[in-house]
Design a protein around this ligand. Structure first.
Ligand code: SF4
Length: 308
């Protein structure tokens, strides 16, 4: 049996604003076992980055979490202070912009050496391991890269160095924020191949606005307005989406030739997709129940059952 790496439930994540309180996440939950990958999908503002921040206990000032849990390898993750020793070792985060993740005025050999030493690697072996990691992420001249500053790298090169830095740890959970943004199909597949090579048994969460990326993951979770609309095995979710929002995201893919769903109506429902949903009815005006079956879940008033 595979080990459970993450069992997450958001509870309610709320922001205190000048105009009052706003709920940013409610009832988002999923779990991941070793070696599994999850695409966390949604538009800008859907709550996917907030979900990652809440797992890492890095919610910004003014945002608080009520309830919920984040069990990492069976144990509740500590508070922000306690996370210092876990982030960069058991859990690694790969940000969207490689360049922003690197210290701008520090040669890369020192950044990789520090990453390795933080994870117990002996100083005298750090140079050889750094060369090895840079070769693994596809650099032909790793010595030259180790002698460089971040500003001497292109965006793509910086992203690969960040992957090498992440691989300094033997992470059990990898969270990557829009790692395939702007990449074509082939480069996207290459990113996944590299991630699996660097983190063979880790659970991987890929944050993305592109639902087609789910095709390269084991599981998918679709967020809209801070609510988990649908989740399940990625292949099933793409081939047989149950939720109207999932269907709208698939229809909006460039390959399917459609544009964004227009706004059709205002407020009046617990469902965050109500304003744009072409399938809304009176049934959507109350509380929306979640149904679960065979590893799938869906929160929509019009969905009574899920296929296996
Ligand atoms: S609950 Fe109603 S408005 Fe929301 S997605 Fe389902 S059909 Fe559409």
């Amino acid at each position: 049996m595979r080990e459970s790496v993450l069992k997450y439930s958001s509870g309610a994540v709320k922001a205190t604003l000048a105009k009052g309180e706003r709920t940013l996440l409610r009832g988002v939950s999923f779990s991941l076992e070793e070696g599994e990958s999850l695409a966390l999908i949604g538009e800008t503002g859907s709550g996917k980055t907030m979900t990652a921040l809440s797992i890492m206990r890095l919610l910004p000032r003014g945002i608080r979490q009520e309830g919920g849990e984040a069990l990492f390898l069976g144990e509740e993750l500590p508070d922000t202070e306690g996370m210092r020793s876990i982030l960069g070792s058991g859990i690694v985060y790969i940000p969207q912009s490689g360049a922003e993740a690197l210290a701008p005025l520090r040669r890369l050999r020192f950044q990789l050496r520090d990453g390795l030493m933080k994870n117990g690697f002996p100083r005298e072996k750090a140079w050889a391991r750094s060369l090895e990691l840079l070769s693994l992420v596809g650099f032909d001249e790793p010595e030259r890269i180790l002698g460089s500053y971040p500003f001497e790298l292109s965006g793509g090169m910086a992203q690969r160095v960040v992957m090498a830095l992440a691989a300094c740890a033997e992470a059990r959970l990898v969270i990557a924020d829009e790692p395939t943004n702007g990449l074509d199909r082939e480069a996207t597949a290459a990113w996944f191949g590299l991630a699996r090579k660097l983190f063979p048994s880790a659970a991987i969460i890929v944050i993305t606005h592109d639902i087609s990326v789910a095709g390269l993951c084991d599981r998918a979770a679709v967020l809209c307005g801070g609510v988990l609309c649908e989740s399940g095995p990625a292949g099933k979710l793409l081939a047989d989406p149950a939720h109207p929002y999932t269907r709208a995201l698939i229809a909006a893919l460039p390959a399917n030739g459609m544009t964004e769903t227009p706004r059709l109506r205002s407020g009046g429902s617990d469902c965050p997709f109500y304003g744009r949903c072409p399938e809304a009815s009176e049934a959507c005006e109350g509380e929306i129940p979640e149904i679960r079956l065979a590893g799938r879940s869906c929160r929509c008033a019009m969905v009574q059952t899920l296929s296996r």
